[in-house]
Design a protein around this ligand. Structure first.
Ligand SMILES: [Zn+2]
Length: 765
């Protein structure tokens, strides 16, 4: 239509052009905006370009910046302080000239002048714990920000810099042109936080017995911000909840700690021979060939002995990592250490755990095996794990970094633990190790799009939990061998999606700005992908496309559109309606059966049939009549027992138009006719999965694609012809669409507590 008008403008007289403009104006005034739920997402998606293509793949001009780090770090265990000195080499691969660089100072979220406490809108709590009261009103706030001592160029000359809260702008002595590198040095220190008392994604846990700490250290160094084609410099400050956006680079990090500490972190330990004892070296070599059971590198007996004294000497551990977006490490004299080898399709990798005696017996039994299991599932779903190891560290939280993650799950003092603790630990290890793929390697911007790492990762975690249950049945309860996955199954998201809309935001909302963060950024996208895989696309098409996305964006920076587009591009399924409903709105699924009408077929019209024949101007004896149950002639037609091929005019038509051979090939003639009307009180368009149960007890399933709603978003009717009588109909019989109200899902209506109510009454947080 548009092109046609332009052609007119170009070819014909001005009056025509004027006419066209007026017509367009009239169209606008009529107010027809396209609200169709199957409308393409051109308004929501960014326009494809030379950096990112319409297929969802990186374009011919795709680029990404690189930040390489050389660091000397020292932990002052007596004062719980970290001192650091780093040289960053920044490579400008963009086509743009840069006048300044932005560096992230995440620890400033804990600075005394941090604005993070000022954005929480909490009022007075009428009743509160004394610890909270002290923390809120009496305690001096913790001085946890970075103390920047120097920012210099490689000649030792100070570089002008400006700190804006959690970001620092460093002025370049001259413009950094496309393709050029710039090196500079930062020196800093900060007080390490007690993350048990003060929270946080890193810090230390203090153990009074023997006065020891376990340090899990991250966000400990000034880190380069991302500069890219989508945002320019990443300019969203760190408020504490929304995570990180980081460029890839190579790291050489020397970490000095007390000599009796055991340390591991991102990268290859390059001075292993120097650091390890002979025994440790022997055990390490054994672990590299142990594919079934972890081998202890440091035993519990050894760790218990070490934690009783304190060395005054120091040791430096040297770690080197290529193509990582971040760096983390853990260190303590309390650590036990075990490792095992894992065979992937193309290589061997090491599953590693660091834990204290407080984690046993649970950690010794299951941590490293869980890492190994995770490697296998994620490698199958995406690509073989490209790094050489992944470490699971026992800590009070769950948090991820390249090759290392911090995971919770602690037995009581006697070493007893509940199923809940055990499954919690296994799930968090799968989840955090899984983050190696999303976002550490498939490097999305966590600050903007929490769901891109948490949602994709929680979905893959769900797949990995099912694998784990199959591969390690001994880890499960003797009486229930199904893995109790919290997020992924459709029915688990029902309570959230059917809840109060005032407290729900679309998935495509920045993580910082959402209520119910866990459901919004983890649970709902994971479920959306699971439903997409199991119900909408099928495993084969989904898995191919998901893998394609992972491989296209491995070691690159994808955006949401890159994911959405690739899933369609690689499967030939237009999913714009699905992304629109699940990711851009807060609509929920509710599909029901409004009514079912039965019909008998007959060649004899009742009064209504006669009227219709008259209306159509046809001979009443030439039509086929479908007479609704209860109407005149219905009982007679059913009693006559005629199937549709017994209606005289149908018989005649077949005789006249088909050869005897063709007549023999016709379908069995249906006798029962139904009109089923489905209604959709919920906003989401979803396929209608229907189970028909027949009088003889047999059942049949039919799935009507979501496109059935394309012309009427409220209700649709289907004509069902059957040679068997239908006695009942159920929509979504396996609860796979997250239908929030199943009380309208059956015909005839069952009078019982709805599944939704049952679910509502059962679930707790
Ligand atoms: Zn996560």
């Amino acid at each position: 239509m548009r092109i046609f008008k332009y052609l007119l403008c170009a070819m014909l007289f001005a009056s025509f052009s004027l006419y066209a403009q007026n017509e367009e104006k009239a169209e606008r005034q009529q107010g027809h905006t396209n609200q169709n739920k199957f409308k393409q997402l051109y308004d929501e998606f960014s326009t494809p370009n030379m950096f990112r293509t319409g297929s969802g793949a990186p374009g011919p001009n795709y680029y990404q910046q690189q930040a390489d780090y050389k660091m000397d770090i020292e932990i002052d265990d007596d004062n719980a302080k970290l001192h650091g000195d780093e040289t960053i080499t920044y490579t400008n691969n963009s086509p743009d000239d840069l006048r300044y660089l932005w560096v992230q100072l995440d620890q400033n979220m804990r600075a005394r002048d941090s604005k993070t406490p000022l954005i929480s809108g909490s009022g007075i709590r009428p009743a509160t714990s004394s610890s909270r009261a002290v923390k809120s009103y009496l305690q001096e706030s913790f001085d946890g920000g970075f103390h920047i001592e120097a920012v210099k160029d490689t000649d030792g000359k100070d570089l002008p810099h400006t700190i804006n809260r959690t970001m620092m702008r460093v002025e370049l002595p001259q413009v950094l042109k496309s393709g050029e590198k710039f090196s500079f040095q930062i020196k800093w220190w900060y007080n390490i936080n007690d993350h048990v008392k003060d929270g946080g994604r890193s810090g230390y846990e203090y153990f009074e017995e023997n006065d020891n700490r376990i340090y899990v250290i991250a966000q400990f160094y000034p880190r380069m911000a991302v500069y890219n084609d989508v945002e320019g410099w990443q300019n969203s400050q760190f408020w504490g909840r929304d995570e990180f956006a980081l460029p890839f680079g190579n790291f050489d990090v020397n970490i000095t700690v007390p000599a009796d500490h055991i340390l591991d972190g991102t990268g290859v330990l390059t001075n292993r021979e120097e650091i390890f004892t002979k025994d440790m070296m022997k055990r390490y070599k054994k672990a590299q060939k142990s594919y079934d059971e972890p081998v202890m590198i440091v035993t519990q007996e050894e760790a218990e002995k070490t934690e009783k004294s304190k060395s005054k000497a120091k040791k430096t551990w040297k770690l080197s990592a290529k193509m990582v977006r971040d760096f983390g490490f853990a260190t303590s004299r309390k650590f036990l250490w075990d490792m095992m080898a894992v065979k992937l399709e193309t290589k061997d990798v090491m599953a590693v755990s660091l834990y204290s005696k407080e984690g046993n017996p649970l950690w010794g039994q299951w941590s490293t095996k869980t890492v190994a299991s995770t490697f296998k599932t994620y490698s199958r779903m995406t690509f073989d794990y490209p790094y050489h190891k992944s470490i699971s560290v026992h800590a009070p939280m769950g948090m991820e970094y390249p090759m290392i993650s911090f995971n919770f799950g602690r037995p009581d003092k006697e070493g007893n633990y509940s199923d809940r603790t055990k499954y919690g630990m296994i799930s968090v290890i799968i989840h955090e190790v899984g983050h190696n793929w999303f976002p550490m390697i498939i490097n999305s911007d966590e600050r903007q799009w929490t769901w891109m790492d948490e949602g994709l990762n929680t979905f893959t975690q769900y797949v990995a939990e099912q694998d784990f249950a199959e591969w390690f049945p001994d880890a499960l309860s003797p009486n229930d061998k199904t893995y109790p996955s919290r997020r992924g199954p459709a029915k688990n998201i029902v309570r959230y999606m059917g809840g109060n809309q005032d407290y729900i935001a679309p998935i495509m909302t920045k993580g910082l700005n959402t209520y119910q963060f866990g459901n919004n950024a983890y649970g709902k996208p994971a479920t959306a992908l699971n439903i997409l895989r199991e119900t909408v696309m099928g495993r084969e098409l989904f898995d191919y496309a998901f893998k394609e996305y992972a491989n296209r964006w491995k070691f690159k920076h994808p955006t949401p559109e890159d994911f959405f587009r690739t899933m369609e591009d690689a499967s030939a399924i237009d999913l714009d309606w699905y992304w629109r409903g699940w990711f851009y709105t807060t609509d929920y699924t509710d599909i029901g059966i409004k009514e079912v009408k039965k019909f008998a077929v007959s060649g004899t019209p009742n009064d209504n049939g006669k009227r219709l024949a008259d209306q159509y101007n046809r001979d009443p004896n030439s039509l086929v009549y479908f007479i609704e149950e209860g109407a005149e002639g219905y009982d007679d037609a059913m009693k006559a027992g005629g199937t549709i091929d017994n209606v005289p005019t149908v018989k005649e038509y077949i005789m006249d138009n088909f050869t005897p051979k063709e007549q023999k090939q016709m379908k069995k003639a249906p006798k029962y006719f139904y009109q089923v009307t489905f209604d959709k009180p919920g906003g989401l368009v979803m396929p209608i999965i229907v189970e028909y149960t027949y009088a003889d007890g047999t059942k049949a399933r039919e799935t009507y694609p979501a496109q059935i709603w394309r012309l009427n978003d409220k209700e649709v009717s289907k004509a069902i012809a059957s040679d068997k009588e239908i006695v009942s109909i159920t929509v979504d019989p396996d609860l796979e669409t997250a239908d929030v109200d199943t009380s309208n899902n059956t015909w005839p209506k069952e009078v019982k507590e709805s599944d939704f109510d049952k679910f509502k009454n059962k679930v707790t947080d």
